[in-house]
Ligand binder design. Sequence first.
Ligand code: 6MZ
Length: 359
Amino acid sequence: ALFNFVMDNEADVFYRELPKVELHAHLNGSVSFQTIEKLISRKPHLNIEHGMTAIGKGQRRTLDECFQVFKVIHQLVDTEEDILMVATDVIKEFAADGVKYLELRSTPREEENTGKDVNMEIDKKKYVETVIKAIRQCKSEGVDIDVRFLLAIDRRNGTEVAMETVKLAEEFMLSTDGLVVGLDLSGDPTVGHGKDLLPALQRAKNCGLKLSLHLSEVPSQLEESDLLLNLPPDRIGHGTFLHPEVGGSQSLVDKVVQNNIPLELCLTSNVKGQTVSCYSKHHFNYWYQMGHPCVICTDDKGVFSTDLSQEYQLAASTFGLSHEAVWKLSQQAIDYIFAPDTVKQQLKQKWIDIQPQMF
Ligand code: 6MZ
């Protein structure tokens, strides 16, 4: 039973050594089994077990149940010390998996921690500062990964919190010398409506923050997706139900194609969260066949018991991609990062340096 939560499989050497770009990773969904163990030992009074924080091999949950899992993890990660440890561990784990550039996203949270130490209180600003601190610590330790940060807007929190998050992102974009590159819109897709968040998202765009929006993660969001696509966003998370074959529409597809908006695709997340019935039916196939920009991502590597190497291998084995095609896929992802062109050039050089050892 224990093995269930460690990792589904381990990817082959090619996929582990493949240099990779991760663009869709929620911090608190990316907490590994090992880190969860450390958190549980810090908070035994919560009576939380591993089975409550991850979805193991062959298991599936409804998307709704997935959101219950995040609540449990948030209970375990509620002090500055926890956030620092979680962020540091997650960054080092991505680096160990061959990820050379990572955009982490997380929802700024405030925690009162009443009844405990006064200095255990955390506000949203401190939350962001703590993630930034972890990024800087890893950098100073020489961890071989370039990490950027997206502040996440949880759609269930409505208009005002969204605007507050955008203002926080603006502040940090200026004060962190480019570590904060943009915003994510996420949270339970069945709660709230995108139209309430448009002013905040528009403001973010106007001040130079990049936008990655969860779009059509569940069916019947045609109207919302259409509104959000008019911004347009810089990248799309999931986009599972955009195309007509699954109840989307050709006009949504046309907007994505005309604006050349890359899709962040998370195979295991969608299969385990049951918005996609099996790997072979994943919409990666639809967009990839069309030659549209696609980036393979993990979403929540802890919750879904996976890593980026495995996701590349799953895409390759499901859709018959050669090693060369996989290499190209990981290399092209560099073009869709939110960091500036100088960073893209550095990464492209890294891929050139590594390539001869891979083939
Ligand atoms: C939408 C998701 C998500 O922000 O506390 N999140 N939002 N769809 C998904 N598909 C499975 N997976 C994660 O990380 C956890 C939060 O990320 C968002 C949810 O808002 C979740 O509470 P942070 O670091």
